[in-house]
Design a protein around this ligand. Structure first.
Ligand code: LRH
Ligand code: MN
Length: 388
């Protein structure tokens, strides 16, 4: 069994990045159920993200999404975040909501539309220069709905051309994280549909281009930890968009639908030594709290990731290796399941006490009255959302 001090140190150093858009209103094409007290601007989103960090101690970063988090003064937003104990993380571009992007953005048949999309991507790098962000996160809704609608190969060339232009623009410490997704909003082809396509583009670009694995972006039954192991071996795992799903891109709380899958993914990460912040994997959440209270849901999500990480850190690596090399199938599986079936909640409560935090972050947050306070304060103005 691992020494618990090393396990706790690894958990203390592990950082989870929160999505600003999880604090705003979100929903489905059927309905967006607005919630009272929702932030009206990125500053208030940062205030709410800071609450998650205050009670968990491991979420000191908030990713932003442009234009949802567009502000006049990004340095002021960055300073406001810092004043609240967090920092601005990945800058997410958005070329999926403008009317011009009906047939695609960087893959659009019309070069004028491609130019417009590229300009937005480059503007996002300008914003990274102002927020001090390392990561530009790129997800493209680009695709087609009917066979013959456009040339599949030509669209790949257009994608490669745009990515190369953005790659050129990146500064020294900056990275490009390319996110793939099987389908939606496109329902026949998606131009970056899977890890293979994303990897091909990133390998063609260079060192600073890495792949993002959004756990909700695969076909049912896909073994995500195999993809994670392969991307780690290729040195191309830039990060995760954690969430969970029962069916499609449901964006539910990570670990809510399949905590065992999350454990298996984190087992591959821990085994590769990729948990350490220095390794460079961004552990981001990408979720929508359509019906549940948003801040407690984010806190619960961070706790779910911590539980999966703690269990992965408790795997007896030597015993596992020995059983694997001996071909002892049952023993090897038993070693992994022992870790997974370990109740790590007492260990995490102990860890939080050592970090000067309450043992149950959700309960502590609910007792703080912050939720009631923002409902009373945030009257007037328009609640943040996806603006779709
Ligand atoms: C696309 C996606 C992408 C984000 C968006 C909020 O489904 O996962 O990461 O830009 O959600
Ligand atoms: Mn995502």
């Amino acid at each position: 069994m691992r020494d618990l001090t090393a396990v706790k140190d690894a958990l203390k150093n592990h950082q989870i990045e929160l999505p600003s858009w999880a604090f705003g209103n979100s929903g489905t094409r059927f309905k967006v159920f607005g919630q009272p007290g929702v932030p009206r601007d990125p500053f208030e989103k940062a205030d709410d993200a800071a609450q998650v960090h205050q009670y968990t101690g491991v979420a000191p970063v908030m990713a932003v999404h442009i234009p949802w988090d567009k502000v006049d003064d990004y340095a002021a937003l960055s300073a406001h975040a810092k004043a609240n104990g967090i920092r601005i993380g990945a800058v997410n571009a958005n070329v999926f909501q403008d009317d011009d992007y009906k047939l695609g953005s960087v893959c659009h048949p019309d070069p004028r539309v491609r130019e417009k999309a590229l300009a937005h991507l480059l503007e996002c790098v300008d914003i990274m220069d102002m927020t001090g962000s390392r990561d530009l996160k790129l997800w493209f809704a680009d695709g087609t709905n009917y066979p013959g609608q456009d040339d599949i190969a030509a669209r790949q060339d257009r994608m490669a051309e745009a990515l190369a232009a953005v790659y050129q623009r990146l500064g020294g410490h900056q990275r490009m994280l390319l996110e793939y997704k099987l389908f939606e909003p496109s329902f026949y082809t998606t131009d970056v549909p899977d890890w293979g396509t994303a990897l091909l583009h990133c390998q063609a670009l260079g060192e600073a281009a890495q792949v993002v694995v959004d756990t909700g972006h695969h076909a049912p039954g896909v073994n995500i930890e195999v993809i994670v192991a392969l991307l780690l071996k290729a040195g191309k795992l830039g990060g995760f968009d954690f969430n969970s799903r029962f069916y499609a891109d449901d964006d539910l709380m990570v670990g809510a639908a399949d905590p065992f899958q999350l454990f298996r993914i984190m087992h591959e990460v821990v085994k590769a030594g990729a948990l350490d912040p220095g390794y460079g994997v961004a552990f981001m959440l990408d979720q929508c709290h359509n019906i549940e209270a948003k801040i407690p849901a984010q806190i619960r999500s961070v706790m779910n990731v911590q539980e999966a990480v703690a269990k992965a850190l408790l795997v007896d690596a030597a015993a596992l290796r020995a059983a694997q090399l001996a071909g002892d199938v049952l023993e090897a599986n038993a070693v992994l399941m022992d870790a997974y079936n370990t109740d790590v909640r007492p260990l995490l409560a102990e860890l939080r006490a050592e970090m000067g935090l309450a043992p149950d972050p959700v309960r502590a947050y609910l007792a703080s009255g912050y939720g009631e306070k923002i409902v009373a304060q945030r009257v007037g103005g328009s609640a943040a959302g996806w603006g779709a």
